[in-house]
Ligand binder design. Structure first.
Ligand code: MG
Length: 230
């Protein structure tokens, strides 16, 4: 809707102050046939602020695309911090590499090319240090699997964000097969006893969508404790 766009553009101009490297990266992708799958500038700044609020020094991103949100996140991590970002499409990895280098953030980003589930399983096998923040922005049917693996790479206090959970307003329609993965993801968030979550719907230059956000807490014991008898 025009009013959403106009307000988003106004707020972005006033508050976001999108870095030139990000503006240039977006200009380059618009000259290709690839769709505008990245987060909006206002959403990118929101992720950056969340990372700052969290004081995150280790961030995991699933779905790099051309590095737009990766760059916002990398700008938020302190010296010595890292954004580990996973991308399945080789062409996107190459674009992201170039954009991240142009933003001067090459040392703060580890790009991994391949299947995210396999890469996450490797991280778990290698006992990789837990992440402070996770941003899932990838293949929607895989969200439940990614959540399960990301919880194993988390610690109490880790925040986990799931992007694009509204699917063009159809998420609450049980009859839409495209929504199944995201509905399962939301159901798993609801059922998991070691993460507290909510979801927010968004409007703006990216249309109508939304994201989930959750914070990992201490896992509750799966074994019922014996009753204390006085
Ligand atoms: Mg997205």
């Amino acid at each position: 809707m025009e009013i959403w766009n106009n307000n988003d553009i106004y707020l972005t101009e006033q508050l976001v102050k999108e870095p030139t490297a990000l503006q240039n990266a977006t200009k380059k992708i618009r000259a290709t046939p690839y769709p505008p799958m990245e987060v909006s500038p206002a959403q990118g700044k929101f992720l950056y602020l969340l990372a700052k609020i969290q004081n995150a020094s280790r961030i995991l991103e699933i779905g790099t695309y051309y590095g737009y949100s990766t760059i916002w996140l990398a700008k938020a991590v302190p010296e010595g911090g890292v954004v580990v970002s996973i991308e399945q499409t080789q062409a996107f990895v190459e674009m992201a590499k170039e954009n991240i280098a142009e933003a001067g953030l090459y040392e703060k980003v580890q790009l991994h090319h391949g299947d995210a589930s396999l890469i996450l399983c490797n991280f778990i096998d290698e006992s990789t240090s837990p992440f402070d923040m996770v941003f899932i922005d990838a293949h929607k049917p895989s969200y439940p699997k990614y959540l399960n693996l990301c919880l194993k790479l988390s610690k109490p206090g880790t925040i986990i964000i799931g992007d694009n959970v509204i699917l063009g307003s159809e998420i609450s329609l049980a009859t839409n097969p495209k929504a199944e993965g995201v509905r399962d993801f939301i159901q798993n968030l609801s059922a998991a006893d070691d993460i507290e979550s909510t979801a927010l719907q968004t409007v703006g230059i990216k249309g109508y969508d939304g994201f989930t956000i959750g914070v990992v807490g201490p896992a509750k014991s799966k074994t019922p404790q014996p009753l204390k008898i006085q």
